[in-house]
Design a protein around this ligand. Structure first.
Ligand code: SF4
Ligand code: SF4
Length: 476
């Protein structure tokens, strides 16, 4: 080994004239990789405040905060994620779970600030925040802070193929169109146990749907019970807010599904079909629900006129509070308009009766084929009962009132006759006016009637509506 020279330290001088191997930070900055995980960006117009990002965060770095300028509406809350960068490990799970695809990570990794409170940020992006995003010319790392970000600097973004949620719904088995047009059998066959569990597993538990449900059912709870293979538990949760699950599991308007987080980048959870699964799977409601009215009634009597959904729900909740309830209806069974309107292939009588019979089993008295004002006087009800509830529904068909309109068949008599009557035949050429659910029911009943009577080539059923395909009010 040679002895070190006394002059060797001066050898370093030569590096003064060489290009440095390191970056001259902060005068130079390293360009991050294209998929770099830096400070978050959030498109506030797309974000629905669902809170899935906060729920999944392993470090509890995300808190949902209320934003007063943002409007709350069905399917969207006025909450936005606030991120604590003292906790965030930039794993990106929040981005992968975000059903709206609004949350991304930028390539920005600078945070220069004397105030540690600025490490907690409610991120936005250049779309909704024009004040704090700057192009290359104006941006500098000296000014970089959480209030000063670089334009068009996206890094880690969630891609539809690699999300942490499943965008595709489990398909509902149905009777084939060729078979179904020859009968009125129920066309939706219902999920099997395996299918229901798989569909329930898609739910993110964010409860956005519950804000949109008019009855505010505990949807995520009853879906979770199905996922855990506990249909009885699911039915118990449903009955806390809705005593007609076999009916609603078939023909509810499903506002919940319109609001479902999964519908933004995929198909909404099949909430209605899962409710139907719980209602159809449990055979013994009495045993499963374990619901009994109070042993000592409160001595008050209530008359309910109309056994439609409103009357049935009221009767159920009143009997559980100790009232003596009698329901009057002119039809031969419960369900009200649902008994005569939605055709058998959508809502069979057995499904209606299952809900009605359970309510009757709790002690509600039903007087069917009894018309108030004819078979029993209204004044008599006022005298004999402490309260009278009118839930008589919409029993009259709407009409266009154009010239000769009286020659057309009205929707309700047609549907009623084909559901609880002896059937009403139609000709080979039928035209249905309207684009709503009732018009579609009429058209589909007409097609069935034609198919049962004539050969295919001879028949035509057309519908006309003011709306275009995308705007028609009929729902699937
Ligand atoms: S997961 Fe996405 S849509 Fe939901 S609150 Fe977080 S950022 Fe918004
Ligand atoms: S059904 Fe949709 S909106 Fe409701 S909790 Fe599940 S994922 Fe969220």
């Amino acid at each position: 080994m040679s002895k070190p020279s006394i002059l060797s330290p001066f050898g370093a001088v030569k590096f003064l004239f060489k290009k440095p191997k390191t970056l001259r930070y902060p005068f130079e900055a390293k360009e991050p990789a294209q998929r770099y995980r830096g400070i978050h960006l959030n498109d506030w117009e797309k974000c629905t405040g669902c809170g899935n990002c906060a729920d999944i965060c392993p470090n509890e770095a995300i808190k949902m905060v209320e934003i007063s300028d943002v409007e709350s509406k069905p399917g969207s809350r006025n909450l936005r994620p606030q991120i604590d960068y003292g906790r965030c490990c930039f794993c990106g799970l929040c981005v992968d779970i975000c059903p709206a695809g609004s949350l991304r990570l930028s390539r920005d990794y600078f945070h220069i600030h004397f105030d540690k409170k600025t490490f907690v940020l409610t991120p936005r992006d250049e779309k909704t925040d024009t004040e704090h995003f700057f192009g290359d010319g104006e941006y500098s790392i000296f000014k970089a802070s959480l209030a000063h970000r670089k334009l068009n600097y996206e890094g880690f973004v969630s891609e539809s193929n690699f999300t942490l949620f499943d965008p595709d719904r489990i398909e509902m088995p149905e009777v084939e169109p060729e078979k179904r047009k020859l009968s009125f059998i129920e066309e939706v066959l219902g999920y099997s146990r395996e299918e229901a569990i798989r569909e329930a597993s898609r739910c993110l538990g964010c409860k956005l749907c519950e804000d949109a449900c008019p009855a505010h059912l505990k949807i995520s709870d009853y879906v979770e019970a199905i996922y855990e293979d506990k249909p009885e538990e699911s039915l118990r949760k449903i009955y806390e807010d809705n005593p007609i699950p076999a009916i609603c599991g078939r023909i509810c308007m499903k506002h919940c599904e319109d609001a479902c987080s999964l519908s933004i980048r995929g198909e909404p959870l099949a909430v209605r079909w899962l409710k139907r699964y719980a209602a159809d799977t449990v055979m013994d409601y009495k045993k499963a629900l374990e619901i009994e009215p109070p042993s000592r009634p409160n001595g008050k009597r209530v008359a309910v006129i109309g056994a439609g959904p409103g009357g049935l729900s009221l009767a159920y909740f009143l009997i559980l509070k100790g009232y003596e309830v009698t329901v009057f209806d002119s039809l031969p069974g419960g369900g009200g308009m649902l008994r005569v309107g939605p055709p058998l292939y959508r809502l069979p009588i057995e499904a209606i009766d299952r809900d009605v019979n359970y309510i009757a089993s709790l002690g509600v008295e039903f007087r069917f084929e009894t018309t108030v004002g004819k078979d029993v006087r209204f004044e008599e009800l006022l005298e004999r009962y402490d309260a009278v509830y009118l839930g008589i529904g919409m029993t009259v068909s709407r009409s266009t009132r154009v010239k000769n309109y009286e020659k057309a068949i009205q929707a309700l008599p047609f549907l009623r006759e084909n559901k609880i009557g002896s059937g009403m035949e139609v000709g080979r050429n039928v035209i249905v006016i309207g684009g709503g659910n009732v018009a579609m029911d009429v058209a589909r009943v007409a097609v069935r009637r034609q198919s049962m009577r004539y050969s295919d080539s001879e028949c035509v059923t057309k519908t006309v509506s003011l709306e275009d395909w995308d705007e028609m009010p009929a729902s699937a």
